[in-house]
Structures are given as C-alpha cells and as structure tokens.
Write a protein that binds this ligand. Structure first.
Ligand code: ATP
Ligand code: MG
Length: 148
C-alpha cells in the first residue's frame, strides 16, 4: 500500500523553493489515501502534474492540491491558475510528444511525454484521469481511483 498523501508531501518539500521562486502560492488539503501499486511510477505522476502546474503558470498565480476519499472512490486534484488549455487541444495533451501552443511559444523546455506517462501509469493502477481547463483561467487534473 502506497500512501499517496505522504508522496505528495515529500514532493511539495522538494519543489517548495521552485514554487516560491516562481511567485506562486500553494494550498493543499490531503486526506490519507493509499493505493496498491508501484511507488516510483506513482511518484512520477504527481511530479509531472506539479511541474506542469508550475511551468504553465504566471507569477502571482496559485496551485491547489487535494486528496480526498468518498464512499467509493479516491480523488486527487491538481489545480492551477495558469495559462489553461484550449478546448481543441485538450484531447491531444495525453498524446506522446504533444506540446501545446502555449508550451511551444514559451521558453520552458519539455518533451511532451509527461502527461502520456501520467495517463498510462494511472490506468495501470486502475484509475482514470480527467482534465478541466479554461484558456487563461487555469487547469484542473483530476485522478480517480476506485476504492477497493
Ligand atoms: P514534459 O512533461 O515532457 O517535460 P511537457 O510539459 O510539454 O513536457 P506534458 O506534460 O505531456 O509535456 O504536457 C503536454 C502539453 O499539455 C504541454 O506542452 C502543455 O501545452 C499542456 N499542459 C500540460 N499541463 C498543463 C497545465 N497545467 N496548464 C496548461 N497547459 C498544460
Ligand atoms: Mg510536463
């Protein structure tokens, strides 16, 4: 059993300085959530989502992370107040090597592999990932695991 909340806490520890340096505010609320699977792969998922929330944000922006249990599922959400993703791009961002317009015109580097790995790892763990995004307003990635 992997404690997701602990993984996210140690991740926040690691990225604390970068979040500060980018003048972002961070809020989080993490209930104890555990999942069976591969800890390194799952850690990579949270790391990809957090680094995206940092990269595709603006100074003064915010990042919010939530982990919560309901009766039949576990939900983890990463929300940012960043550049957002056009609706016509939202279906492509999980494709290998796909980088959005905003990413390509920005100076930040990337391969476009992050989210394709995220999706694959989540599905290997019987989860699903959903995206809610509005251009220039921000983005939420929501991951749902069935509660066994
Ligand atoms: P890599 O993760 O390999 O360093 P990347 O960040 O460009 O590169 P992905 O993480 O797969 O690749 O993301 C694909 C594209 O989706 C990004 O290029 C960007 O356009 C868009 N994207 C991902 N996360 C966000 C976000 N939080 N806000 C806005 N756009 C995003
Ligand atoms: Mg990425």
């Amino acid at each position: 059993e992997i404690n997701i909340s602990e993984q996210i806490q140690s991740l926040l520890h690691k990225y604390y300085w970068l979040i500060n340096e980018n003048e972002l505010s961070l809020t989080y609320s993490l209930e104890d959530i555990t999942v069976k699977g591969n800890p390194d792969l799952l850690y990579t998922v949270w790391e990809n989502l957090l680094t995206n929330a940092i990269k595709y944000n603006e100074p003064g922006g915010s990042i919010e992370i939530k982990a919560e249990k309901t009766n039949n599922q576990l939900a983890i959400e990463f929300t940012d107040s960043g550049v957002g993703i056009k609706s016509n791009e939202q279906s492509q961002i999980f494709d290998r090597f796909y980088r959005g317009d905003s990413a390509r015109t920005r100076t930040n580097q990337g391969t476009g592999l992050g989210l394709s790995i995220v999706k694959e790892v989540i599905e290997l763990h019987e989860g699903n990932i959903y995206i809610y995004s509005q251009l220039e307003k921000g983005t939420t990635f929501k991951i749902i695991f069935p509660r066994l």
